[in-house]
Design a protein around this ligand. Structure first.
Ligand code: SF4
Length: 289
């Protein structure tokens, strides 16, 4: 089995067999991201993918879950994806589910019928970094999508029966757009009603466009306590009916997790406590939200 480059996969797929179906990212233009900068994007050819699946079968008697890498592998044309899923099904009939990364634009570009078909062939979860619900922020970071596309695509996934795990990046609006980022993000999430929501915090990676903007003073990063206030504003206004919410990535300032709506109050209490620990001037900070 050959995997080109560094493997990126969602934390929840750590025990999954990983089959690489694309190399790199089909978009590769987000200003804050350095994950695939050195990989030229390509869709692997079917023979090589089949060979990898057969090779995995020689190694593993039984596989519980499979994750299809790299970024945005959902961009592969549906018929080809179905052939890959079908091959997996024939060699690993015991496999309980298959996950994939899909950018908001790639999700938006799939029809409801295509998503339904993918679910029937075993795709059971799509992980998607929406990062923000704010058109101003999405445009500023060159995400290649819009709030409306995110909502339409996200709803289609939920309706298809495929589970949807969304990622939001705290601090992505910087000091200038943090309020817009927070308000528009919870609005989008409330409309989509994802099954899972993960928070990450913006990291200033060397070599990115964002890094240059930070160095030049064009983009002002939020301070840790401002990140927590932004996160509290989002959480306060989330009306998720059945969603696992996590903020346990190494980039986050506070590890929180639980199920919405039942754990909402407990989570908000924890984040409020952390904000108060960090600030003597809590009243003026909380007035911001
Ligand atoms: S954040 Fe995702 S979509 Fe954007 S360049 Fe990185 S891997 Fe590609």
């Amino acid at each position: 089995m050959i995997y080109e480059g560094v493997v990126y996969r969602p934390p929840s797929e750590r025990k999954s067999l990983i089959i690489q179906v694309t190399v790199g990212c089909s978009h590769n233009k987000c200003t804050y991201c350095n994950m695939y900068r050195n990989k030229k994007f390509k869709v692997k050819n079917l023979e090589d993918i089949y060979e990898d699946i057969k090779c995995a079968k020689d190694i593993y008697d039984s596989v519980e879950r499979i994750f299809l890498g790299d970024a945005n592998a959902l961009c592969i044309e549906t018929e080809k994806l179905i052939m890959i899923l079908d091959k997996i099904k024939s060699l690993f009939p015991e496999c309980k589910g298959i996950g994939i990364y899909g950018s908001p634009r790639d999700i938006y570009n799939k029809s409801a019928q295509e998503l339904e078909k993918l679910r029937k062939y075993g795709l059971d979860i799509i992980y998607s970094g929406i990062e923000s619900g704010s058109d101003k922020v999405l445009s500023m970071v060159n995400k290649g999508t819009s709030k409306d596309e995110i909502i339409i695509g996200g709803k289609k996934v939920i309706e298809s029966g495929i589970k949807l795990s969304l990622i939001v990046i705290l601090g992505l609006g910087g000091k200038r757009l943090w309020e817009d980022h927070a308000h528009e993000t919870y609005r989008v999430l409330n409309k989509i009603q994802p099954n899972y929501l993960a928070f990450m915090t913006l990291i200033n990676y060397l070599g990115t466009e964002l890094n240059k903007e930070i160095e030049s003073g064009k983009f002002l990063m939020l301070e840790p306590e401002e990140i927590l206030i932004e996160q509290k504003l989002i959480l306060d206004n989330l009306k998720l009916e059945n969603c696992i919410v996590k903020s346990n990535h190494r980039s986050n300032y506070l590890n929180i997790g639980g199920k919405f709506p039942e754990d909402k109050e407990k989570i908000i209490k924890k984040i409020t406590g952390k904000i108060m620990d960090k600030n003597d001037n809590i009243d003026s900070l909380l007035r911001l939200i």
